[in-house]
Design a binder for this molecule. Structure first.
Ligand SMILES: Cc1cc2nc3c(=O)[nH]c(=O)nc-3n(C[C@H](O)[C@H](O)[C@H](O)COP(=O)(O)OP(=O)(O)OC[C@H]3O[C@@H](n4cnc5c(N)ncnc54)[C@H](O)[C@@H]3O)c2cc1C
Length: 530
């Protein structure tokens, strides 16, 4: 069995950045299931938040982060995020990420729910692509070993400590075991769960499923963010129209031309994402349409073409000159706030197992993520993982920032009676179920229906890693393996959403439309007898 000091699963910003820091301390292997740049990171447009502006401060950034999180942020983690941001941005610059500047100064833009311009960007609206290309180039020219098209299928645990990972070479079908001292999951979120999504095909919740099966705690799965403005054109895959477009003055109109956001909130287009997404859904219902419009025709065309060259070009290629015509948009699934529960050093509840990036839940986003805090979280906590591995003793877990009742905190997935008749389990049916019943606007009835269907689908979802811990996978089985992981994540999300009898942040229930102080705690799942 090949041994490495660090094995990192995933090659988005969290995996690559952590690898570049870890290689200074020992041997590093990155396993990634597609090519190195198959990930969500390269699609990030708006940018990365950090309080470097003249009138800004980590304190202000902290306050905005806490406000967006709607009472569920871990204050200590949010403090770390905002205090350590500048240092990590300096690392990115050192690695060569070409941030946009004007007269030698980094340029900043504003996004919704940020009280001041603090979004750093690259290539205008191609921030993620520049980060991904730059970091992957650095990794390729370093001593980090990268195995592409290599699917992690099972975490190996011995005496309650991680000892390695089992993985399938998707090109040859061979299964290998790799041992390590530290295993870092950087597998991204679970955006493929929904019918309309901004996420890459590789984002199927594998890290969450792997960690759950290994016995790690999974937290906050009910909190999933839907992006309000995603291009809605027949035959065109969902394409994000960055929040920064509204930050620069873009206006939302319904199909009748009415600017509707001021009818819902004084913050109008710059309200938090969940508020804007819900308002759009109401407006689409009211006007019996599947879209609204984002209007930037009143803005100087030069601002559009220079600030959003990527969006401008994409729309133009699809017949829309957005400096002249309105952009058809609708909400789509975007970002998972929950995930593998970690402390402030990225440690999970299993010794030797760490998680970073979107797959992790450090508590910085609470019930709703502040725009552009996710790339930041990936680097701030990725760095902390490596710092943590420099010391041998385990960190004491962070104290919870809210008073929690133990009884309500930890849960096993409940057993449900299988239904006698359910739709066939396949990806489109799963995605439609989640979109319709566990999407932007939820209800107890819809969630119960989804939970029952998901529980009935469970038997067809074989255990991750196959029988007796030996993967029974061939390259052709990759999609069924991913489907199994998606079903498991769907169950965790739906059961958590059912338990949470309130509305908070991105979780909105029509039967409990207000937040309740009783629910100011996290829902954590642990493996039972799945
Ligand atoms: C369209 C879009 C725009 C966004 N814009 C912004 C923005 O402007 N600012 C911001 O802060 N955030 C933004 N986000 C969110 C942000 O991009 C992501 O949260 C972040 O990039 C996640 O990085 P990551 O490294 O955790 O995961 P990812 O970049 O998703 O990478 C996950 C990696 O894990 C690999 N992987 C998964 N499962 C396995 C497995 N079983 N075996 C091996 N490898 C595996 C994948 O192949 C991939 O390489 C945006 C997201 C999207 C989709």
């Amino acid at each position: 069995m090949n041994h490495y000091d660090y094995i990192i699963v995933g090659s988005g910003i969290a995996g690559l950045y952590t690898a570049l820091l870890a290689i200074k301390r020992g041997s590093v292997l990155i396993l990634t299931k597609g090519s190195i740049d198959d990930c969500n990171t390269k699609y990030a447009q708006g940018g990365i938040a950090a309080a470097i502006g003249k009138d800004d401060s980590p304190e202000l950034h902290f306050k905005d982060t806490m406000a967006a999180g709607d009472g569920l942020c871990d204050a200590e983690a949010a403090r770390i995020l905002t205090d350590e941001a500048t240092e990590c941005i300096a690392d990115l610059i050192k690695f060569g990420v070409p941030l946009d500047t004007l007269n030698g100064k980094i340029t900043l833009t504003r996004e919704a729910a940020h009280s001041t311009p603090r979004i750093i960007h690259a290539g205008g609206d191609a921030t993620g692509e520049h980060i991904e290309v730059t970091l992957s180039r650095q990794v390729r020219s370093s001593r980090v070993k990268v195995l592409e098209y290599c699917l992690a299928t099972q975490i190996l645990v011995d005496n309650d400590r991680v000892k390695g990972i089992k993985a399938l070479d998707c090109r040859t079908g061979s299964v290998e075991e790799y041992s390590c001292q530290f295993l870092i999951l950087a597998t991204g979120g679970v955006g493929r769960l929904f019918k309309y999504t901004t996420n890459s095909d590789v984002v199927t919740g594998d890290g969450i499923a792997l960690a759950f099966e290994a016995g790690a705690e999974i937290s906050d799965m009910e909190f999933f963010q839907f992006h309000p403005t995603v291009l809605r054109l027949p035959g065109v895959a969902p394409f994000l129209i960055s929040e920064a477009v509204r930050g620069e003055g873009g206006i939302l109109r319904n199909v009748e031309g009415h600017r509707f956001m001021p009818d819902y909130t004084p913050e109008a287009e710059l309200a938090p994402r969940d508020v804007v997404a819900r308002s759009i859904v109401y407006e689409m219902k009211k006007t019996r349409s599947d879209r609204v419009f984002l209007d930037v025709t009143h803005l100087p065309p030069r601002l559009i073409t220079t600030r959003f060259p990527h969006i401008y070009r994409f729309c133009l290629d699809h017949g829309l000159d957005i400096t002249k015509v309105l952009i058809p948009v609708a909400p789509a699934a975007h970002y998972l706030m929950g995930g593998v529960k970690v402390n402030n050093w990225g440690e999970t509840s299993i010794p030797g197992l760490f998680a970073a990036g979107e797959t992790a839940c450090a508590g910085v986003h609470g019930a709703n993520r502040l725009a552009s805090n996710s790339l930041l979280e990936s680097v701030v906590f990725g760095k902390r993982v490596v710092q943590r591995t420099e010391t041998t003793e385990r960190a004491s877990p962070s104290p919870p920032s809210v008073i929690v009742s133990e009884a309500k905190q930890s849960h096993f997935l409940p057993d449900r009676e299988p239904l006698s008749s359910v739709p066939l389990l396949n990806l489109p049916n799963l995605q439609s179920l989640m979109w319709d019943k566990v999407g932007i606007i939820r209800s107890g009835d819809g969630l119960t229906e989804a939970a029952n269907i998901l529980a009935t689908w469970r038997p067809s979802a074989a255990k991750v890693g196959g029988k007796d811990g030996l993967p029974s996978l061939t390259p052709a089985d990759q999609s069924s393996y991913e489907l199994n992981n998606l079903v498991l994540c769907a169950r965790l999300m739906t059961e958590a959403a059912l338990l949470r009898e309130e509305s908070r942040g991105a979780h909105f229930r029509t039967d409990f439309p207000r937040s309740s102080p009783e629910w100011q705690h996290h829902i954590i799942f642990k493996h039972n007898t799945l």
